[in-house]
Design a protein around this ligand. Structure first.
Ligand SMILES: C[S@@+](CC[C@H](N)C(=O)[O-])C[C@H]1O[C@@H](n2cnc3c(N)ncnc32)[C@H](O)[C@@H]1O
Length: 292
């Protein structure tokens, strides 16, 4: 590497070209994000930094090479933003997606209409994204996070323990299978829950997914040929844990909105079954209310 000062703008320009050539749509944003990570500054501050030293150049180029091999940005920086929180993520746990923030917003609004004591359950909790964000945003709630994978549970427990004390003291983590009524019944009493949220595995097995998704655990992503192999057996478990008037929001594949609506209606314990779309108009999650 030469002794001439290396300009941040030039490094970002070259990295953007490298990432674009690797097929990354968000090449410029990712390059800026990784430069900010290397320099330990906010991306908005890059504009006032003119040059960087050789050590930072080497670190930045190594990070760009990883990203060009389609390692997710979040695995390179070690964190993922979700709503008002930041979570530690890496191999073994699903990276929280921004689209799940629609479910988070719905749950916060739903919780605001519920009487105390407010108990929220996040089924298929992964990194704890929904559980920790809800405990952060709904200060009166006790939140249970349920997860089956030992690898994911390590990240979940770490994220809960890293949360501020006022948040972590209201979160309980349970290792259990959300499709197994007996297991869930041992940790979550029947009729005790006001709001259930879940972003379960839901991608139909033969769907084409982007290269970054290969870095999510397969069990976190795929759910049988129709994307419903976790949702269908989870619905009666949800019906049992909800109190009368309690509500559930289930995120799903954009091909399975009707299937989730049908599943909730067919169960018989739910009314107000409603399909929700995201800002792009894609079917995103279904909500329902436990009949009294
Ligand atoms: C799509 S990820 C969602 C993680 C997190 N809720 C989020 O939104 O980022 C689904 C999670 O469900 C877990 N999971 C899959 N099957 C499960 C089951 N039967 N019981 C409990 N958790 C399960 C996976 O290990 C994975 O962590």
């Amino acid at each position: 590497m030469s002794d001439a000062p290396v300009r941040v703008a030039d490094e970002i320009r070259g990295a953007t070209a490298q990432l674009a050539a690797a097929g990354i749509d968000s090449a410029r944003r990712d390059a800026e994000w990784l430069m900010a990570h290397v320099l330990a500054c906010d991306p908005g501050r890059l504009i006032v930094i003119d040059t960087i030293d050789d050590a930072h150049v080497r670190e930045f180029r190594a990070a760009i090479d990883q990203r060009a091999h389609r390692i997710p940005l979040q695995h390179i920086v070690g964190t993922a933003a979700f709503g008002p929180i930041e979570l530690a993520v890496g191999p073994g746990v699903f990276i929280p997606r921004p689209e799940t923030e629609f479910l988070l917003e719905w749950a916060v609004s739903a919780a605001a209409t519920m009487a105390a004591p407010l108990r929220i359950v996040d089924l298929c909790s992964g990194s704890g994204a929904l559980a920790i964000a809800l405990a952060t945003m709904v200060g009166s709630a006790r939140v249970a996070a349920v997860e089956i994978s030992d690898d994911a549970l390590k990240w979940l427990r770490r994220n809960v323990s890293d949360a501020p004390e006022a948040v972590r003291e209201r979160i309980d983590v349970f290792a259990a299978d959300v499709t197994d009524a007996a297991q869930i019944g041992r940790v979550i009493p029947a009729g005790s829950v006001s709001v259930v949220v879940t972003n379960p595995p839901y991608v139909p097995r033969r769907s084409a997914v982007g290269p970054e998704v290969d870095h999510d655990p397969e069990r976190a992503v795929f759910a049988g040929d129709d994307g419903m192999s976790v949702i269908i057996p989870m619905v009666p478990v949800i019906a049992t844990m909800l109190t009368a008037g309690g509500v559930v929001g289930i995120e799903h594949d954009d091909t399975t909105s009707d299937a989730v609506v049908d599943c909730l209606r067919a169960h018989g314990a739910f009314d107000e079954v409603t399909a929700h779309t995201d800002l792009a108009g894609r079917p995103r999650f279904v909500t329902a209310r436990r009949i009294a």
